[in-house]
Design a protein around this ligand. Structure first.
Ligand code: GLU
Length: 472
């Protein structure tokens, strides 16, 4: 195992979205590529906004995506004592100080700065005072007063700010609780995190956190700030544009492998490769080739990848079994299926038909909807045929009953020969046959369907339609 340790540190204040799922994926891939560890920490310092429901949502969706973490989930709020100890250490070292400003004073300070055309930052009035009164105080970091705060970001390159632009940030609030800035640095340090990949909305935090690392004499992790995901019209990803929770993509019938592949391509590339499965991604994702420009979300690309992975699953017995499982059991926004009520015969037919249906499908929802008519021996409403078509099919029924073997090749050969003998085009036979077998005018290969349905069900469907149709 290498010394690489990455982490995903979501705040459990909402559900897992595309953007945060991508952050998790990149950190996971980086760790897995180097044989390191991927840790998970729930940053619940904002107790008022954090919820168990949100934590459950994040964890279950990470699991669904296949992003397994090492060790136990670290709960930030349970480490409060340690955060307070570090704040105390900083006070003892003279690298932090108590600030006794009241909220009113802070507002006045801000108004005054604005009135003078200055940036409204805290003016450090308690930084060097030793006349500590009784009463509430916050603990602030003594940030450098001059020079530059700079670091090499693996995505952004050399980044820097003037020390003057950063104020003395609060480490402990007046109720003694740690701020995010303190907690994140202490936890990353204690967890041995070596690499942080996260959205570039955290870049400014990076400078502040660096000050804290320096104050403690700790080595800061390598940082990679990736541009946020935008919608295809360049705007920030909004609900309308795909910023919905991962669970909604799941309900929409996406496979986790398609979501991961789609996310991977949002901000990372490997030549012109588009279809990159998780094993390949692990082999290739070495932390380079992260893009500096904003990634654009394109739902159609995700759908096309989904179609690809649906078909991939039909290529092996295990894959087909897992596809069947998902079509039947996933919590989809699609017509309900009662898995317990499916007979063995229905399961057999269903599994046999899946590869043919998957040829055109782009979601599990579509697959389930198309599958349902095949799961009962006959159609609920047998299509009614014209008199001629009805006669033709009633003539075919006894002949097909004798056909052996019941294979795609044999059925096709026979139907072609029979239509020739009758001076009919193959289509003239296939069209009504398709309709009575599937209830639809478009379907996968006719003979594949007949084989999947089996001889008995195929003939039953034909007979039901013949019975429902007027005689010629
Ligand atoms: N908890 C922060 C968030 O959810 C992430 C902190 C970090 O990655 O440093 O945005």
């Amino acid at each position: 195992m290498s010394g690489i340790i990455t982490r995903f540190a979501p705040s459990p204040t909402g559900i897992l979205h595309l953007g945060s799922a991508r952050t998790a994926l990149f950190n996971w891939l980086y760790a897995r590529h180097y044989g390191g560890q991927f840790l998970l920490r729930l940053e619940d310092t904002d107790q008022a906004r954090s919820s168990q429901e949100s934590a459950d949502n994040i964890l279950s969706n990470l699991k669904w995506l296949g992003l397994d973490w090492d060790g136990d989930v670290v709960i930030q709020s349970q480490r409060q004592q340690r955060h307070q100890n570090v704040a105390q250490q900083l006070l003892d070292m003279g690298k932090a100080y108590r600030c006794y400003c009241t909220p009113e004073e802070l507002v006045a300070m801000k108004d005054d700065a604005l009135a003078r055309g200055l940036h409204p930052t805290y003016d450090r009035r308690w930084r060097d005072r030793t006349d500590h009164p009784a009463g509430p105080f916050v603990v602030r970091l003594k940030a450098p007063l001059s020079g530059e705060i700079a670091f090499h970001d693996t995505v952004q390159g050399m980044v820097k700010v003037d020390a003057e632009d950063l104020d003395d940030m609060i480490l402990l609030r007046s109720d003694g609780t740690p701020t995010y800035m303190l907690a994140v640095v202490v936890d990353d340090h204690d967890m041995g995190v070596t690499h942080i990949i996260r959205g570039d909305d955290h870049l400014t935090n990076g400078f502040r956190q660096l000050n804290l690392y320096h104050a403690m004499g700790w080595t800061a992790p390598s940082m990679s700030h990736i541009p946020l995901i935008h919608s295809d019209d360049g705007a920030k990803l909004s609900k309308r544009h795909g910023a919905i929770g991962i669970e909604q993509y799941r309900a929409d019938g996406f496979l986790p492998e398609a979501i991961c592949n789609g996310l991977l391509r949002l901000g990372w590339s490997h030549g012109n490769d588009e279809k990159i499965d998780q094993e390949q991604a692990k082999a290739w994702f070495d932390g380079t080739s992260l893009s500096k420009s904003a990634a654009r979300f394109d739902r159609d690309k995700f759908l096309s990848l989904n179609g690809h992975y649906l078909r991939q699953r039909t290529l092996s017995d295990d894959g087909l079994e897992s596809l069947w499982h998902d079509v039947v059991h996933e919590p989809l926004d699609a017509p309900a299926l009662s898995p317990d009520r499916l007979s063995d015969a229905a399961c057999r037919v269903g599994k046999a038909i899946l590869p043919a249906l998957a040829v055109r499908a782009t979601s599990l929802c579509a697959l389930r909807t198309q599958l349902i008519p095949y799961l009962s021996p006959c159609l609920e409403n047998p299509p009614v045929l014209s008199g001629d078509d009805g006669s033709m099919l009633s003539e075919l029924i006894p002949i097909l009953r004798d056909l052996s073997p019941w294979s795609s090749h044999c059925i096709e050969e026979y139907l072609r020969q029979w239509s020739q003998e009758k001076n009919l085009s193959f289509g003239a036979v296939a069209k009504p046959l398709r309709l009575v077998l599937t209830g639809q005018t478009i379907s996968p290969s006719l003979t594949d369907i007949m084989v999947a349905l089996g001889k008995e069900n195929s003939l039953l469907r034909m007979q039901n339609s013949v019975n429902a149709s007027p005689r010629a």
